[in-house]
Design a protein. Structure first.
Length: 144
């Protein structure tokens, strides 16, 4: 079992290439279809997943990105991991507008978006070891 205790789970590993950002968010969107999400929920989740995957690719500088998705009842958990350079100060990195690549579009708002579009966000990171972003969201709550 990929994720014990969950009702359903999946895991993929893909090359850390920008072309795979769209792939990763489509995979999550497909995985949650069973939960009958609204368009807004799908968009929110795709946005958050894009931000986390983009970070792994651009900042992590790892070869691969791993994504684990699971849900129990209506709560979705998405974990995005890279064995890249890691983050020195996670608290500082998560502050809105903080960025180590100021030339990029939407600079410094990735973690802020993940926080805004999901119900929960946790970041684990260690320099030289990598980064793990865990996001949670309750889906379909307003459909019932
Ligand atoms: N997976 C990661 N690996 C290494 N550093 C990261 C990772 N994700 C985020 N960071 C660091 O956190 C900072 C803030 O991230 P974010 O809020 O997405 O803004 P941005 O990506 O625009 O810089 C990044 O500039 C980078 O220094
Ligand atoms: Mg970012």
């Amino acid at each position: 079992m990929i994720h014990s205790n969950a009702d359903n789970s999946m895991r993929i590993v893909f090359e850390a290439k920008s072309v795979n950002e769209a792939f990763a968010r489509m995979v999550v969107a497909g995985f949650i279809m069973e939960l009958d999400p609204t368009m807004e929920e799908i968009d929110d989740i795709k946005t958050a997943v894009s931000e986390a995957v983009t970070n792994a690719i651009i900042h992590g500088e790892a070869k691969e990105v791993e994504m684990l998705c699971s849900y129990t009842e209506r709560e979705l958990t998405v974990e995005i991991m890279d064995k890249g350079v890691g983050i020195e100060n996670v608290q500082q990195a998560m502050e809105p507008f903080y960025t180590t690549k100021p030339e990029m579009e939407r600079s410094g708002m990735g973690f802020a978006f993940m926080e805004a579009f999901m119900d929960g966000l946790e970041v684990w990171s260690r320099p030289g070891e990598g980064t793990k972003v865990t996001m949670k969201k309750v889906i379909g709550g307003c459909n019932e």
